[in-house]
Structures are given as C-alpha cells and as structure tokens.
Design a binder for this molecule. Structure first.
Ligand SMILES: Cc1cc2nc3c(=O)[nH]c(=O)nc-3n(C[C@H](O)[C@H](O)[C@H](O)COP(=O)(O)OP(=O)(O)OC[C@H]3O[C@@H](n4cnc5c(N)ncnc54)[C@H](O)[C@@H]3O)c2cc1C
Length: 378
C-alpha cells in the first residue's frame, strides 16, 4: 500500500461549490427538522436534483460523472453540517447503486440507478437481519423461484431510510446462494410490513427500519448480476461505502472541531478565553491532527480507487481510523463546550451521537480491523 493522493484545482473548486450549497440550502433548516424529529425527504431528493447523489456515475444514468475523490468530498461537506443527508448519498454510490452499475442489466441501470441518482427515488439496502449482522452470510431471507417470479420471505433490520424508500435492494438466499434482488416501490406491496422505525441514538430524524417480507412477488428479472454472487457484489460495494463513511466521519469531526475552535475563543473563564488554557488548546490541537490524518487516509483510498485499484484494505483503514477519530474528536468537543456541550442547544452532542453509529455500520470497526489484519498476510 502506497499512501499518496492528488487533489486538483477542480476538486478544490468542487468542494467550494458543495460547501456553498450546504451553507445556503441545508444549514438554515437543520434545526427545524431536528426539533420536529422529521426526516428531510425533500432535501434528500433535492440532493439528486443538484447532482450530489450519484457523483461517481456517468451522466447518462443521472450521475455527475465525477471521481471518487469528489464523492468523498461530497460526503465530507454534507456531514460537516448534517451527516443524515450523506447517508442517503453514500448508499447510492455503494451498496445499492454499485452492484446495479457494475453487474446489473442495462434496463436496471436506466430505470433504477437513474432514478436513484436524480432524486426521484430514495433507496435502501436490506442486508442485516436479527440473526445476521457481522456474519452477513448467515442471513435467512429467501427468494424462491415460482416460474418467472421470485417470492421473498424474511425479516430485515436497520434498513436506513426503509420507511421512505422507493426502492430496496435486498440480499436474499436463492438456491444458488446469496443473491441481490431489486424491489421497486415496496410500499405498494401488501406483503411488505414496516414493523417499526428502530429508535436510535441518532434521534428521530433518522429512519432505521425493521421490515418483514411476506410472500412478496417480484419478476425474476429483478435479480442483480448472477444469482449466488450477492455477497461478493455487496463486499465490492462496501469498499466504496467505507470510503464514503470515512469521509462522513471526517466531515462530522471537522464540524465538531470548528464548533470547538469558535466556542473556545468566545467562552471566557478566569478572565480570559478558555482557548488560552493549555489544557483546552491541546485538545484543539489533537482534534486538528486527527481530522487531518483521517482526511488524508480517506482521500488516499479514494485516489487509489480513481486509479482503478482494489481498495479493500485502504477503505477499511480509512473507515476504522476516521470513525474512531470522529468519536474522539466529538467527545472532546462536548468536553470543550462544558455543560453547553451536553445540552441540545449546541450541535456537538448530535455530532457525538452520530459518530458512534459510524463505528458500527459499514462493518463494525472490529470487522474492519479483521479485514486489515487478514490482508497483511496476503
Ligand atoms: C446507524 C446504522 C445504520 C445501518 N444501516 C444499515 C442498512 O442500511 N442496511 C443494513 O443492511 N444494515 C444496516 N445497519 C446494520 C449494520 O450493518 C450492522 O449493525 C453491523 O453489520 C453489525 O451487525 P450487528 O449490529 O448485528 O452486530 P454483531 O455482528 O452482533 O456484533 C456485535 C459485536 O460483536 C463484534 N463482533 C462480531 N463478530 C466479530 C468478529 N468476527 N471479530 C471481532 N468482533 C466481532 C462486533 O464488532 C460488535 O462489537 C446499520 C446499523 C446502524 C447502527
């Protein structure tokens, strides 16, 4: 592994463009949604209209035709203010969209991917089950053939944005093995039971769905790629998803660091700004170091992907390091804010809750460390 990367003038200008959009369109409404506990459906769809949802895909499928460094920048800039939005973007470029783009039929790219990239559809991935988390291969949801249809039965949990999804990609078991199956417009199927939105640390704006499938019929042509190769496709998508999650973590940490820098300058105790106390200043310095190191690892993995290389180890390193860094930085950010950090009047407590989730999804950080250590012997 060689850590190197290059950001061009176009990348820097792209970062400015995304930042301007986030500052003007997203930042002013975050509190409104968060206070109401309402999922920002319109905003998520707007991201597609702005070309931010399908960043790495060709324009013919509704993408922006940009590279993975731009994809990382998009995730970072959205998450600097509101990670929730980046979650919807990441899944299109990775676990849901990537197998459709690389392995799907042309009609699936034109009908499914294009709608996801342009914001017409919100998409959701169904992989995790009550009995199958890190050990994804042990899942039990089935898709049985009945002539030219598949009949889906099973139980999925933690389907991000499941309740509002216009399209689900399900990892199912067929007689060939694990198989990806597309389920468009799930809310129109009587057999799709939305059991509950799992209440979670991220708060009420987040949608983490528990869904049961009872004899849900879809055309057999909805299989993505070859039957039996679903887990392999999902793992390839995960390499991209981990770069996206790492970039989200960089954004969350960057936001927490900026908040802390500003607060430590304004807040006075013992007659001076608290940043003048070395105990506080060193915390800010540690935050800055961790954010920068996480960003370098993330962009390096994205750059390597842009060169067409396999990035399983690099993406796992970026994901585990950056999300651990985000947890450290946000925890310290709350500390720098004192009692205010513990209150909901400031953003840092939300950033800390969000960071915890990132250490768990896209493979827990233990699983990512397993990936890294295994590859060290290959
Ligand atoms: C916010 C959020 C969003 C999510 N979104 C989605 C989604 O959209 N779609 C989806 O399908 N899933 C989603 N998930 C689920 C996520 O992928 C799983 O939570 C994750 O894979 C871990 O599975 P688990 O929770 O069952 O934990 P388990 O696998 O039960 O793990 C429990 C603990 O054991 C550890 N552990 C397990 N195996 C090993 C091992 N071999 N070595 C060392 N430690 C191990 C884990 O690291 C963890 O600490 C989401 C989860 C969260 C929190």
């Amino acid at each position: 592994m060689i850590t190197e990367f290059e950001l061009t003038a176009e990348h820097r200008s792209y970062r400015e463009t995304v930042r301007e959009f986030v500052e003007s369109e997203v930042d002013p409404v975050i509190d409104e949604y968060e206070d109401a506990g309402e999922f920002p459906e319109d905003l998520v769809r707007q991201l597609g209209q702005e070309g931010l949802s399908g960043v790495p895909y060709p324009t013919e499928y509704g993408g922006a035709g940009l590279d993975y460094r731009s994809f990382a920048i998009t995730n970072e800039e959205l998450s600097r203010k509101w990670k929730l939005l980046a979650g919807a973007v990441n899944v299109i470029a990775s676990l849901v969209g990537y197998p459709i783009y690389t392995e799907g039929e042309e009609w699936q790219r034109e009908e499914w991917l294009q709608r996801a990239c342009t914001g017409e559809w919100i998409v959701s991935l169904g992989m995790t089950e009550p009995g199958a988390g890190s050990d994804a291969a042990s899942m039990e949801t089935t898709a049985d053939r009945d002539d030219d249809e598949l009949v889906i039965n099973g139980h999925k949990v933690w389907m991000t944005n499941g309740h509002v999804a216009d399209f689900m990609l399900l990892v199912t078991k067929t007689e060939e093995g694990l198989t990806l199956v597309g389920l468009p417009e799930p809310r129109r199927h009587d057999g799709v039971e939305f059991v509950r939105n799992i209440p979670c640390m991220e708060g009420d704006t987040a949608i983490e769905s528990e869904v049961r499938f009872h004899d849900v019929r879809v055309p057999a042509e909805n299989i993505v790629g070859e039957p039996g190769r679903g887990l392999r496709y999902a793992l390839e998508g995960l390499d991209i998803g981990r770069i996206g999650t790492a970039a989200q973590a960089v954004g969350v940490a960057q936001g927490a660091m900026e908040d802390s820098r500003e607060f430590a300058d304004e807040r006075e105790q013992f007659g001076k700004p608290i940043r003048e106390f070395q105990g506080v200043g060193f915390k800010l310095a540690d935050m800055a170091m961790e954010v920068e190191a996480a960003r370098l690892l993330t962009l390096s993995a994205a750059d390597q992907r842009d060169r067409g290389e396999r990035v399983t180890q690099e993406a796992a390193m970026a994901k585990a390091y950056a999300t651990d860094a985000a947890m450290d930085v946000t925890t310290e950010a709350v500390q720098v804010h004192g009692s205010r950090g513990y209150s909901k009047d400031y953003d840092v407590e939300r950033r800390m809750r969000v960071a915890k989730g990132m250490q768990i999804y896209e493979g827990t950080n233990e699983i990512n460390r397993h990936v890294i250590s295994t590859r060290m012997y290959e």
